[in-house]
Design a protein around this ligand. Structure first.
Ligand code: ATP
Ligand code: MG
Length: 234
């Protein structure tokens, strides 16, 4: 299988006044196309820092990042934004929807940057909302939706550009267990369609959905294992 993510000796150092924080201390990792990876580790171990870097929201302090064959570790903000738009779908714990926009408008928004004309944007947004089971909630604003529905809108927004990778940082962190199961079923569906899925979670039963489990500790890779239950069932 083709490597979609290659990172080599990546570090991230934050300078906070006089204090230096080593959030990543040299992480090397390959992820293949269509892998389903769970990222775990204690609070402060660098999970979100790594996800933000993988998602081209941030660049490493040192080290290499090659995404889909392209070296992104040295790109400037505009170039990163363009790659992010094309390759990455991001889902956050707190949904990050725009309150005054409807579901349809929230999902259509990334297509503005892709330069698609308005009627096509709305058609595409509707199609993706319907695919996550929200065809009957397109006119609702985020505060008119349940938590699970908000996260579905956020997943639809992440999918609307047909990205090659879906990154989710604790996507079920604000959901009850029943709703979490529904959102995980959605990620499973996305994975089955051929996408690469990487998610951060603190919950072992959520991590069980993934095929590969990567643990970080103190900014370093602690372990990298395959989920034997799933692998043997394939
Ligand atoms: N923008 C920032 N500026 C300064 N320090 C930061 C910044 N972002 C993260 N850090 C620090 O980097 C370290 C790693 O943070 P990170 O958010 O990646 O942890 P995490 O594993 O996602 O934790 P959690 O499970 O609590 O979400 C922490 O010590 C944090 O305080
Ligand atoms: Mg985090």
């Amino acid at each position: 299988m083709q490597k979609i993510i290659e990172i080599e000796a990546v570090t991230k150092v934050y300078q906070m006044g006089k204090e230096t924080v080593h959030a990543l201390r040299g992480v090397s990792l390959d992820i293949l196309k269509n892998e389903y990876v769970a990222l775990m580790g204690p609070s402060g171990s660098g999970k979100s820092t790594l996800m933000n870097m993988l998602g081209c929201l941030d660049t490493p302090t040192s080290g290499e990042y090659i995404l889909n064959g392209q070296r992104v570790s040295t790109l400037v903000d505009d170039e990163l934004a363009a790659i992010r738009n094309k390759e990455i779908g991001f889902v956050f714990q707190t949904f990050n929807l725009i309150p005054r926009l409807s579901s349809l408008e929230n999902v259509a928004l990334p297509l503005v940057y892709a330069g698609m004309k308005k009627s096509d944007r709305l058609d595409k947004a509707y199609e993706v909302l319907a695919s996550v089971g929200l065809g009957d909630r397109v006119g609702h604003r985020p505060n008119e939706l349940s938590g699970g529905q908000r996260q579905r809108v956020a997943v639809a927004r992440a999918l609307v550009n047909d990205p090659s990778i879906i990154l989710a940082d604790e996507p079920t962190g604000n959901l009850d267990s029943k709703t979490s199961v529904e959102i995980m079923a959605l990620f499973e569906q996305i994975h089955n369609l051929g996408n690469t899925v990487i998610l951060v979670t603190h919950e072992p039963d959520i991590a069980e959905y993934a095929h590969r489990l990567i643990r970080l500790k103190d900014g370093l890779l602690e372990s990298d294992t395959y989920n034997q239950n799933i692998i043997s069932a394939l």
